[in-house]
Design a protein around this ligand. Structure first.
Ligand SMILES: [Zn+2]
Ligand SMILES: [Zn+2]
Ligand SMILES: [Zn+2]
Length: 294
């Protein structure tokens, strides 16, 4: 695992183009061992005592003081998705249209078409299917009864889509992606994913580098203890596991991170509401337990 200073060095070299992206990734991840945690490294152990204050910054206690991070690095994959979306948007703004035959090829190659069934008489969608009666279908709109429903071909749908992308005929998500996700798309979203893929292929190196630099910055910030405080074991546990911190008013009770104070320190009227909500929540939970829902 790279030390804090090595990480800064790597980030600067990558940002200045002194090192290739692939090599930077190898240096960063290749050195990571399974299950290794930054707080077990020598580098961390050496810098920790310089950071730690002599008491918990939440409760002023002194028992088993630890470094409590208030934020964590965001994942590289998360940044990658975000930056790709940004490049996709730019690409779509400058190249809003796709050649129709290229689009048709893309649709057919990457999707299974699950057509929406239509009434052969009036072309309205989804005629009711009857289990026992014959003929099998009955159109709710024109009352026509029939055995074989009809449907539009992919080419027909694409032609309608090129006339009007929001047309009633093309809003249905009848294109199922052939990848493992089996996502259901309508033609508008197929078009978006095709353009996103083009943007990604065109600028893959730039996109990956931008995302990796953001992830490196997060990792450096984490190792720097910049967004961290000294906390005792109890406060650290409450913060991480229960998402709670000590009430700033009474400094005795813990409160949820989203609330300004603990329940006891709320003004009278708000306290009543909070207590009622808790009571209601408890009863609700009990009832669910009894009914076996929870
Ligand atoms: Zn504490
Ligand atoms: Zn009909
Ligand atoms: Zn309080």
């Amino acid at each position: 695992m790279l030390t804090y200073n090595e990480l800064i060095d790597l980030r600067n070299k990558l940002a200045n183009g002194e090192i290739q992206l692939e090599l930077a990734k190898t240096q960063f991840w290749g050195d990571l061992k399974e299950g290794q945690r930054s707080w077990n490294t020598k580098d961390w152990q050496e810098r920790r005592p310089k950071f730690l204050k002599d008491k918990c910054e939440i409760c002023s206690g002194t028992e088993t003081l630890t470094v409590q991070h208030l934020s964590h690095p965001r994942k590289y994959a998360e940044y990658l998705r975000e930056i790709t979306s940004k490049y996709a948007k730019d690409h779509i703004d400058t190249n809003p249209e796709i050649n129709k035959s290229e689009f048709t090829d893309y649709v057919l190659k990457n999707h299974d078409y699950v057509p929406v069934l239509l009434c052969p008489n009036c072309m309205s969608k989804n005629p009711s299917e009857r289990v026992r009666k014959i003929p099998k279908y009955r159109c709710a709109d024109c009352k026509h009864e029939f055995d074989e429903a009809t449907f539009r071909s992919v080419n027909e749908l694409i032609s309608i889509f090129y006339e009007n992308k929001d047309a009633y005929e093309v809003v249905d998500k009848c294109f199922v992606s052939k990848d493992k996700y089996r996502n259901k798309n309508n033609l508008s979203s197929v078009k978006y994913w095709m353009q996103r893929e083009r943007a990604k292929n065109k600028d893959s190196e730039t996109i990956e580098k931008e995302a990796f630099l953001l992830h490196l910055n997060d990792s450096i910030k984490y190792l720097s203890f910049e967004d961290a405080i000294t906390a005792c074991k109890k406060c650290a546990y409450n913060f991480d596991v229960n998402k709670m911190e000590l009430c700033p008013k009474c400094k005795q009770h813990y409160k949820g991170l989203q609330y300004p104070t603990c329940i006891d320190c709320l003004p009278e009227d708000k306290r009543k509401v909070a207590l009622e909500n808790i009571q209601f929540g408890k009863e609700w939970h009990e009832m669910h337990k009894r009914l076996g829902i929870d």
